[in-house]
Design a protein around this ligand. Structure first.
Ligand code: AMP
Ligand code: MG
Length: 420
């Protein structure tokens, strides 16, 4: 391709180059109970009617709707789970429970609340009984041959209930991407360790593991590598061989110990290295055969924002999700916003003000090392590159990355802002 991989490209171009290499993974059959939160691989048609028979929706009496009899003889009892030999005629009724099949001849169910008993008879204290009243017709939820769920639907609690109701077990779902996560840097120690002089704890790996879990990825390996070319090369080649996606953090800037960048140039096909965005300008995307390699910068916010903007949609595309992106909404910022020379994804709290507008407040200092700027935020507001401050009340796009907050939600996150 006729471009330099070192040139700064627009985030849209970066996304296009990534998606050029992203394909839906093959499907697999999994037990129904393991299908929750997975993505349905094929359109699913109902092979049965659901419900399979007309059923009472109330406890009461099955009757003939336009029967003029003032009271009716009780000729049977029909409970849920069986079919009794009952034939209703004028002047008769059958006691029935919710979910029970409606006996032959009956065309309405009268709720027990509007009846009273006299000897072996039921008296109905209701002027009019409509035909079909309190009967759930056959196939009202789903008719045989109708579309139940579309390919690409996520299987949540309601969807899995439908599948169970239709007897679909196992379920054909799209495979989850097998992902390896490698954080790099001589300064990093495990969270359980006490950092020595000049060391810090590895936080990115754990942030990325959580983000990967939310994206539906299957993390098959995670670990840490030193700033050592040979060790990184070995680790990376091993991971590439067994993963659909390899994510690294750190080592993609311009320093001599930023070893991931030259390593990728050597072992992979690099598609871009720098994106005109803030945070997260150094961001390498490369491939080796079908394996995608995303190399994120080491700064914790840069790593997570890069994940959110590029990796999450790619991972969802691989899983066949019909909706791969976060909702993009318009927000009104409630304070002045200073743009930078690049498109900036500022962390913010977005609240619904109750009259239809969404209001955004950024979470304090936006330094790319300040993980606290992401804590409690539910949105990334997209601030176009520019030189002039945007006044309070300006309308901007935002990616909703967490649940929308109500008007009464605090404007700022509940963490100390003195970390600025
Ligand atoms: P790098 O991209 O390797 O130059 O790292 C940029 C900054 O992020 C440096 O201050 C690193 O110490 C820090 N950093 C790199 N990796 C991690 C990590 N896994 N967890 C927390 N901070 C990191
Ligand atoms: Mg480093």
């Amino acid at each position: 391709m006729a471009f330099s991989t070192d040139s700064l490209i627009h985030p849209d171009e970066a996304r296009a180059r990534i998606f050029h290499h992203v394909a839906r993974l093959p499907s697999e059959r999994v037990a129904l109970r393991a299908a929750a939160w997975r993505v349905l691989a094929d359109d699913l048609m109902a092979e049965e009617n659901h419900p399979p028979f007309p059923a009472a929706t109330m406890d009461g009496y099955a009757v003939i709707a336009d029967d003029p009899s003032p009271w009716r003889e009780i000729v049977g009892r029909q409970t849920a789970g069986s079919v009794e030999e009952i034939d209703l005629d004028l002047g008769t009724a059958a006691w029935i429970t919710t979910g029970a099949p409606v006996p032959r001849g009956a065309n309405a169910v009268v709720p027990v609340e509007v009846t009273s008993l006299a000897d072996e008879h039921v008296v109905i204290h209701q002027e009019r009984i409509d035909p079909g009243a309190n009967i759930r017709p056959i196939g009202i939820d789903l008719m045989r041959g109708s579309l139940v769920l579309r390919s690409g639907s996520m299987i949540g609690p309601a969807e899995i209930g439908l599948l169970a109701g239709l007897g679909i077990d196992p379920v054909t779902v799209v495979q989850r991407p097998r992902v390896s996560v490698l954080s790099t840097g001589d300064e990093l120690v495990e969270p359980t360790e006490t950092p020595g002089p000049g060391q810090i704890r590895d936080s990115n790996r754990f942030s990325l593991l959580a983000a990967l879990q939310e994206s539906g990825a299957d993390v098959i390996w995670d670990g840490h590598g030193p700033d050592d070319a040979m060790a990184l090369r070995r680790a990376l080649l091993e991971r590439i061989a067994e993963s659909d996606v390899v994510i690294t953090s750190g080592g993609v800037s311009m320093g001599d110990l930023d070893l991931i960048k030259p390593l990728l140039a050597e072992i992979a096909e690099v598609h871009f290295r720098r994106v005109l965005m803030k945070p997260g300008k150094p961001f390498n995307f490369a491939t080796v055969a079908d394996t995608l390699i995303f190399s994120l910068p080491g700064n914790p916010v840069s790593a997570l924002v890069g994940f959110e903007v590029f990796l999450r949609p790619a991972l969802r595309q691989m899983q066949g999700f019909r909706e791969i992106d976060r909702p993009r909404v318009h927000v009104l910022v409630d304070h002045e916003v200073r743009p930078s020379d690049r498109i900036e994804f500022q962390r913010a709290i977005v609240r619904a003000d109750g009259v239809g507008a969404l209001t955004a407040t950024t979470t304090g200092a936006q330094a790319s090392s300040r993980l606290a700027s992401l804590v409690g935020s539910n949105a990334l507001i997209v601030v176009p590159a520019g030189t002039e401050p945007l006044p309070s009340g300006s309308r901007l796009d935002a990616l909703l990355v967490g649940p929308l907050r109500g008007a009464d939600h605090p404007r700022s996150p509940e963490v100390p802002r003195n970390a600025q």
